[in-house]
Write a protein that binds this ligand. Structure first.
Ligand code: PEP
Ligand code: MG
Length: 885
């Protein structure tokens, strides 16, 4: 029989932190904390396997589950000394979701489960606090009604607001037991009206309702969206955690709070958090009351505070990482409800990783594994220029660093729409909820007027790397009228504002930004990454500016210089068009002669910048139509410039038209039909290299032929390149090392790689075209329907972003082996977009490529990802060696 239920706390704990896949992050860590002897209320976890089984079996449970749950309930009962459903002293439980990785606020929680019309009286008597008991009951009905029975939470809030208005009360805390009883009657009526059946009184029925609601919540739209954004496979499922309730709202010796063992914004080694006296967990996260900073606890609950500090130390030294914890204090006794690796800003991630090494808690390699390569993106983006003039509208909490400018937008749907049109937006909300996730993702920055540093907006924005100002209380957002009020100013949707997520300032209009100032921690981590990685990281760059940026970010060469980008310059495009229109070799040569000096200068600038580093220059690649005039006025202008009549230009354009240009006259096919184009380019490369070398620069040109599919093509270009190069080198009287190689970007090239390698000194995988041609998906057109493939789980991710390892990856692996079989020292790299994608980089390391090449801003990401790949693969090798021995 498969075990689906695992108990923790009390006298028995079955799981551990290592079992996140089975127990979910929350369940595994609760078990771990219980084993560490920390005060964890007893409970049990229903595994993620159960979630998958539940969906596989048409949302039904195996027969054995009921008995397992009953037995686990007994475990809680004996640990707590109360019985579930006991009218006099009822055991109450919480029911929470918990996936493998944390999905903050994504799924639903039910608290105080087990209360009904009878047990509430028992709770009132036992606690001696009728107000507390009925408040707990109404919270339970409200959550259960919303989460399990699908009744809109506004309905409940309306009842509460009406009650307060009628009784002229300001706060919930002023409602007494009689008031709550009346509200409970109204709540139950609402449930019957909207759900079609009454609120269940049987605690077991309540429990099963809640368990199913958690499993069902795995497939609700906001959870699906979150998974999509964060690459979480739907097959992972969620676990359900059922745990004895502890109450932070039983009086002034009670509290509830959340904390980070270090500052999640800066990474500073200070205990950082917030708590609320006499409140239940959701009050802190919801931002309804403003919580107190955790240090205040030193005064209000000194003994508990000391205990928390000890827990903080114990967790950090056990997990060797910054933790995000939740706790409750019930009548001066501390209970731990959660610990997990804390989400942090990129800057904090670097500082924490470096500090943990300094504190000798972890090794450098372990530190590298603590930083998400993608998160570095946050650091590489601009911050506000301190000298810029600012028109500050208001200030909130600096919830997530970085500066962002965009149009004010009050609706997440609209934010998503505008961002599709490449319009930058700042999503402005009173507070955010998990339903807003798509809009938050689409926005450049997030502003809320309510909530603290641990509010939903703050936590999610930090995780996504969006600048965020939270709880800007002097601003008021009126969604209905579409305005934000700041003192006497009214800011409408569409107006431009700027956020500074590092200071919390909200400013009217666009404010000048400056390039990121990378911290010492960044340099330290990058230096460690460089030590740890096996693969080199090059960049795709074709202008001296890109080269300079990439060098600043640590690029170790150019993996792809796309020469066509040099052809579009206003001065040159006319000559390029003349070359295409020429109907003789001589005519083409004449036109090419005009372009050649420009090319020589381009290459000289790049070679100078890349002193001592390899530079792969790709010969002309795109289909010719990309260079031709299309608009009527351009065609006319071109005809005038060429002294041709417009009709003959039109007819030549018609001749050159291709139905499938991406599969047509492009790549090396241009060099086969018009060898003079490639000859000119090789000449320009070699002349530039010789010239720059004369000035003492170490040049390492690599001439790369695109879109090769056969050895014969390769032989043709190798011979041509050497003929042109050798002649120039001879004339110069210098020596020059250069290489001739090819891209592998067609399936046939991969299949024939052993033959092609006879003539190619290097391979660079063009995974953009290789993906296009292997999957038969057009790079230009697939964008329309590809998202559906990802939405429906047919592709795990967009294959143009993250390599299709099972398919395209096989071709890469095969070509690597075939290439090396022919030429053991063949140089192997990748220059498609996947060269900057961490999960693809993991794969490229595993097949033994020598380098990845990516756009300049992704170079640091690739350096860290390559280090993580090396560390992971070395570890795997060691484990395997040990196993074999
Ligand atoms: C590729 O195909 O992967 C590549 C790098 O070339 P391009 O994107 O220029 O076609
Ligand atoms: Mg290509």
């Amino acid at each position: 029989m498969t075990q689906f239920v695992y108990v923790f706390g009390g006298d028995k704990t079955e799981g551990s932190a290592a079992q996140k896949n089975l127990l979910g992050g929350k369940g595994a860590n609760l078990a771990e904390m219980a084993s560490l002897g920390l005060p964890v209320p007893a409970g049990f976890t229903i595994s993620t396997d159960m979630c998958t089984t539940y969906y596989d079996n048409g949302k039904t449970y195996p027969k054995t589950l009921d008995a397992e749950v009953k037995k686990a309930l007994k475990h809680i009962e004996s640990a707590v000394g109360k019985s579930f459903g006991d009218d006099n002293d009822p055991l109450l439980v919480s029911v929470r979701s918990g996936a493998r990785v944390s999905m903050p606020g994504m799924m639903d929680t039910v608290l105080n489960l087990g209360l009904n019309d009878k047990t509430v009286e028992g709770l009132a008597k036992k606690s001696g606090d009728a107000r507390f008991a009925y408040d707990s009951y109404r919270r339970f009905i409200q959550m259960y009604g919303d989460v399990v029975m699908g009744v809109d939470h506004y309905e409940f809030e309306d009842v509460l607001d009406t009650h307060k208005r009628n009784k002229q009360l300001k706060n919930d805390t002023q409602i007494d037991a009689t008031g709550w009883k009346k509200i409970i009657t109204d709540y139950k009526e609402i449930i019957t009206r909207f759900a079609g059946h009454p609120f269940p009184q049987d605690p077991h029925e309540q429990l099963w309702g809640a368990i199913s609601a958690v499993f069902n919540s795995w497939e609700i739209p906001r959870a699906v969206t979150y998974r999509k954004i964060n690459d979480i496979p739907s097959g992972w499922g969620t676990a359900v955690n059922v745990q004895a309730m502890v109450f932070g709202n039983m009086g002034s010796d009670c509290a509830t709070g959340v904390a980070f063992t270090r500052d999640p914004s800066t990474g500073e080694n200070v205990f950082y958090g917030e708590y609320l006296i006499n409140a239940q967990g959701e009050d802190v996260v919801a931002g309804i009351r403003t919580p107190l900073p955790i240090v205040e606890m030193k005064k209000t609950m000194p003994a508990v505070y000391d205990e928390l500090l000890a827990v903080r130390e114990k967790l950090e030294s056990h997990y060797c990482d910054m933790q995000d914890i939740e706790f409750t204090v019930q009548q001066n006794k501390l209970y731990m409800l959660q610990t997990r690796s804390g989400k942090r800003s990129a800057a904090a991630a670097l500082k924490i990783a470096v500090d943990l090494v300094k504190e000798k808690r972890i090794t450098q390699d372990e530190a590298l594994m603590l930083v998400s390569p993608e998160s570095l993106d946050q650091l590489l983006h601009p911050t506000l220029d301190p000298k810029a003039t600012k028109n500050v509208l208001g200030t909130g909490l600096p919830a997530s660093p970085g500066a962002a400018t965009g149009q004010v937008c009050f609706s997440p749907d609209e934010a998503e729409e505008l961002s599709k049109k490449d319009i930058d937006v700042i999503l402005c909300r009173t507070e955010t909820s998990p339903e807003d996730i798509h809009g938050m993702h689409a926005a450049k920055g997030i502003l809320t007027t309510r909530g603290g540093m641990t509010s939903h907006a703050a936590v999610v924005a930090r995780g996504m790397g969006r600048p965020c100002v939270a709880g800007a209380g002097t601003l008021a957002i009126n969604d209905r009228d579409g305005v934000m009020i700041a003192g006497d100013k009214r800011i409408s949707a569409g107006e431009i504002i700027t956020l500074d997520g590092s200071t919390g300032e909200v400013m009217l209009g666009q404010v000048a930004t400056q390039k990121p100032n990378l911290s010492g921690d960044f340099e330290t981590i990058m230096a460690w990454a460089d030590k740890a990685r096996r693969m080199n990281v090059r960049t795709n760059a074709d202008t001296p500016e890109d080269v300079a940026t990439a060098l600043g970010f640590g690029a170790e060469g150019i993996g792809l210089c796309r020469t066509e980008h040099m052809f579009f310059d206003a001065d040159r495009i006319q000559a390029v068009r003349e070359m295409i229109f020429a109907n003789s070799t001589d005519g083409r040569r004449k036109a090419l002669a005009k372009i050649e000096p420009y090319q020589v200068n381009d290459f000289k600038a790049i070679f100078k910048g890349m002193d001592g580093l390899p530079v792969t220059v790709r010969l002309l690649d795109p289909p010719l139509h990309e260079f031709l005039p299309h608009k009527t006025e351009d065609v006319k202008l071109f005809a005038d410039n060429m002294n041709l009549n417009i009709e003959s230009v039109r007819s030549r354009l018609a001749q050159l038209h291709e139905s499938n240009p991406m599969l047509g006259h492009r790549g090396c096919r241009l060099g086969i039909t018009y060898p003079e184009i490639y000859e000119m380019q090789v000449r320009a490369i070699i002349m530039a290299a010789l010239d720059v070398q004369k000035t003492g620069t170490d040049v390492r040109p690599e001439i790369m032929i695109p879109l090769i599919s056969s050895k014969n093509e390769m032989t043709f270009f190798k011979d041509m390149s050497h003929r042109v190069a050798k002649e120039l080198i001879k004339q110069s009287g210098q020596k020059l090392n250069y290489m001739v190689g090819t891209m592998i970007e067609l399936p046939r090239a991969a299949l024939r790689a052993n033959h092609i390698a006879e003539d190619a000194e290097f391979f660079s995988f063009g995974t953009n075209d290789l993906t296009q041609t292997t999957l038969g998906l057009s790079r230009d057109d697939a964008g329309h329907f590809l998202p559906e493939y990802v939405n429906k789980g047919i592709y795990p991710r967009d294959p143009f972003v993250s390599l299709d390892i099972d398919g395209v990856g096989q071709l890469v692996d095969m070509a690597v082996q075939k290439g090396r079989a022919t030429r053991p020292d063949i140089k192997l790299g990748i220059c498609g977009e996947h060269g900057g994608d961490p999960s693809s980089i993991m794969f490229f390391d595993s097949v033994g490529l020598d380098y990845v090449s990516c756009s300049p801003y992704r170079v640091p990401i690739a350096r860290l990802a390559a280090a993580q790949a090396s560390i992971t693969h070395n570890k795997e090798k060691i484990t395997k060696l040990k196993k074999d021995a």
